[in-house]
Write a protein that binds this ligand. Structure first.
Ligand code: ADP
Length: 246
């Protein structure tokens, strides 16, 4: 059974439709990469998966939690959906006055009420896992952009999510630090994490994705295995987009 199932998601901002009926599912352990032009709805779609946006209609199921956006879901239902996923943003959103370790334990301690000593022990392990074993005491300003983004990944993992969501995680980085973040994501994929990734890194998609979906104008124009979508796209719009980004 898929871990993630999305059916008929529709969202608009004011009178402007942004998602026009998006359906997608992902098996446990699958990496789904969303590509598409700026403004096609990728971020809005991703944020709808954890109720950071609340679309007008459509159903999102992650694991055992289902939210029917059209049925005016209660706040606790939205919170239950949110608890299933960890989000990594384009800009890392770390607390600037807290150390890397303090940033990682913030969610577990304050939102999930886990014992601080346990959360700290786990946070040290997670920082080591993203290659930052010696950086726990540093504040974000003392870290490179790539290191900050890796702290952001450790922070998402600390919430014990079932699904990891990445919103253009490397697009704000200096070119020389993009690779280290992609490597952490590659490792997570190899470990079996279920991931939905919005990115323009087509080489990463080709190598790591199990499925690629091309969004255009608020719909998925085509989706399938990376080789099919990235090498032999059927739609003119997909071909035009790939010519621009490759
Ligand atoms: P993408 O991630 O593919 O660039 P987005 O989901 O960010 O696309 O945006 C899709 C469309 O929705 C764009 O036209 C954008 O201007 C609009 N939009 C996104 N967020 C908002 C918002 N909070 N208020 C109004 N319009 C928005």
């Amino acid at each position: 059974m898929p871990l993630l199932e999305v059916t008929g998601l529709r969202a608009s901002f004011g009178d402007t439709p942004v998602l026009r009926g998006i359906s997608l599912s992902a098996e446990p352990g699958a990496v789904t990469v969303l590509i598409g032009p700026s403004g096609s709805g990728k971020t809005t779609f991703l944020r709808s998966l954890n109720a950071l946006e609340t679309p007008q209609s459509g159903v999102v199921r992650i694991g055992d939690t289902t939210v029917d956006y059209g049925a005016h879901p209660a706040r606790r239902q939205l919170a239950a959906l949110r608890a299933h996923s960890g989000m990594v943003f384009q800009a890392h959103h770390l607390f600037p006055h807290r150390t890397a370790l303090e940033n990682v334990i913030e969610g577990p301690v304050h939102a999930q009420h886990r014992p601080r000593a346990d959360a700290e022990r786990e946070a040290r392990d997670l920082l080591a896992r993203v290659g930052l074993a010696d950086c726990g005491d540093r504040r974000p300003a003392e870290l490179s952009g790539g290191q900050q983004q890796r702290v952001g990944i450790a922070r998402a993992l600390a919430l014990h999510p079932e699904l990891l969501l990445f919103d253009e995680p490397t697009s704000a980085l200096d070119p020389e630090t993009v690779g280290e973040v992609l490597q952490v994501m590659r490792d997570l994929a190899a470990e079996g994490w279920t991931m939905v990734v919005v990115t323009h890194e087509i080489a990463f998609a080709r190598e790591v994705a199990d499925q690629v979906a091309f969004l255009d104008g608020g719909v998925i124009l085509e989706q399938g295995p990376p080789d099919r979508i990235l090498t032999r796209p059927r739609e003119v719009r997909t071909r035009q987009f790939l010519r621009r980004v490759l």
